[in-house]
Every structure is written in C-alpha cells, then in structure tokens.
Design a protein around this ligand. Structure first.
Ligand code: 2AM
Ligand code: CA
Length: 259
C-alpha cells in the first residue's frame, strides 16, 4: 500500500474515533446551520482537526482543502477532506455517514480513502492500482442494463437547488429499475458503486470534498463517471452520473431525455 494511503487511513480512523465517541451524546453537541438544512457540529470540526493534524505531521508542505476550514495553501500535493459526510444522518443517529479523504497531485486524483466508522469498512484506491474494500479487491457491478438495477441518488435539499429539473430524472430512473436509494452520504454512495452494491448513482450540486475520493474509487473499480451533461467536468460542476460503461450510458441517455 502506498505510504500516502496509509496516512489517509490513519487520519480517517482518528476522525472515525471522534465520530464514534460522539455518537452516543448527540443531544449535547453544539450545532450550527451553515445554510438552511445544511448543518455542522463540533464533531465535524474536531474530526477535521484530527485529519489535518495527522496529514500535516507526515506531510507539512502539502496543501489542504477541507469542508469546514477551507483551503490551506502549500505545494502541488493537495488533500481534499470531508471529515463527516452525512452530518444530517449523524445528528439523527441514522447510521449512514463516512469520512472522505482524497489526495491530488497537480490537480489529478492519486489516492482515495472513504471510511465508514459504523461498519468498520475502509474503501481505498491508488491511481492505476485498483480499489479495495478492507483487504479485498472491488469492482463495479457487471449488470448489463437498467432493468433490475439498484441506483443511488441525492435529492436536492438546499433552497438554491433546482428541484424541478431534478424530479424528472428521478422519474425516468425509477422506471424499470429495482429502485432508488437516497442514503445521505454521497462519498459512501460512490464507494458503494465502486463495490458493486449500487449499480449506478447520480446527483447534482455536490462539492469537491463529497466526491473526490469516491470518484477515484469508481475509476479504479472499472466504472465510468461523467457530468450529467456528458462532459468530464463533474468534479468542478458537482453534477455526476456513474456506473459501469453500459449503466452509465443508459443513465446518461435517460437524464438527457429530461431536458
Ligand atoms: P455533508 O454531510 O458533508 O454536508 C449528498 O446529498 C450530500 O449533501 C451529502 O454527502 C451531505 O454532505 C450533503 N448534505 C448536507 N445537508 C444535507 C441534507 N439535509 N440532506 C442530505 N444531504 C445533505
Ligand atoms: Ca459532504
């Protein structure tokens, strides 16, 4: 395993410990609303500090982009961090959330870790080296079409998101599939596509820290990702559709038919 993945796993585990310790005292947490329905707690902030401390100790010159504290300028290596993806779930005791850490070198994704502290699952990948769940190699599903596929999505929750253009995509992607899940942690949803648990996933308006690690996991598990308009801008637009090549193509065709 690459030393940077080891550091990312160490950082994710220390954040996971903060999260697990706090999960039985949710009532006592300090919570603020970043924007309507978008929450942050002292746990997000403490978990992020743990991650940054671990990474900076190993790599003091690297840059960091983190959900709660923003950009810390350094060299061409940049760590993209979501300390607690699925905060709303966490704050309700709904056990579906994760820690997401990606490393980019000169803008290109090199390493990824998504950690589910509730299930002790570590999804990891290095560019060109494949993706793993704990010590086992993972692949995207081999399903040939949307008939019977299980899909994940994110339903808009912020006031500034365009629910009216999302809903038709939900309608066309429910038809003929085995169903659609809205689990609440985009990083974990993407990891589930990499592991073949979901056949595909789409969401609009994600931020880079929600997606970066999950996207590399999918690439390394043999999946395809694109923007919902078919371009390759998904990391900057935050609009993503993904699955194996056939599922991705069919999803994209149906999504485009909604325009
Ligand atoms: P966060 O917990 O790190 O903010 C998927 O929809 C993404 O949106 C999640 O990964 C989650 O990341 C973010 N999100 C923020 N508020 C949300 C909410 N009320 N419902 C669902 N997702 C939310
Ligand atoms: Ca997030």
């Amino acid at each position: 395993m690459h030393p940077m993945v080891n550091i990312a796993i160490r950082a994710a585990r220390s954040a996971g410990n903060v999260i697990k310790r706090s999960s039985d005292r949710i009532d006592t947490l300090n919570i603020t609303e970043k924007s309507k329905n978008d929450f942050v707690s002292e746990v997000d902030q403490q978990a992020e500090r743990e991650i940054i401390r671990t990474i900076s100790k190993a790599y003091p010159d690297h840059s960091i982009l983190a959900e709660e504290s923003g950009a810390h300028q350094g060299n061409d290596y940049q760590w993209v961090i979501d300390p607690l993806d699925g905060t709303t779930n966490f704050l309700r005791g709904f056990p579906q959330y994760s820690v997401s850490i990606a490393m980019k070198y000169r803008g290109k994704l090199e390493h990824a870790v998504v950690y589910d502290p509730m299930r002790e699952e570590i999804f990891s990948a290095t560019r060109g080296q494949g993706a793993q769940l704990n010590d086992r190699r993972i692949r995207v599903s081999s399903r040939k079409d949307l008939d019977g596929a299980l899909l994940g999505t994110g339903i808009p929750f912020r006031d500034d998101q365009d629910l009216d253009s999302y809903l038709p995509t939900l309608k066309v992607l429910i038809q003929g599939t085995a169903g659609v899940r809205r689990a609440g942690s985009a990083a974990l949803d993407l990891a589930y596509v990499a592991a073949g648990r979901l056949d595909g996933f789409w969401e609009y308006g994600l931020r880079e820290w929600d997606m970066a690690a999950g996207c590399l996991l999918i690439q390394e598990a043999g999946g395809i990702l694109s923007d919902t308009d078919g371009s390759s801008n998904y990391l900057s637009s935050g609009n993503v559709v993904t699955g194996n090549d056939k599922i991705h193509q069919e999803m994209l065709t149906r999504i485009k038919s909604c325009k």
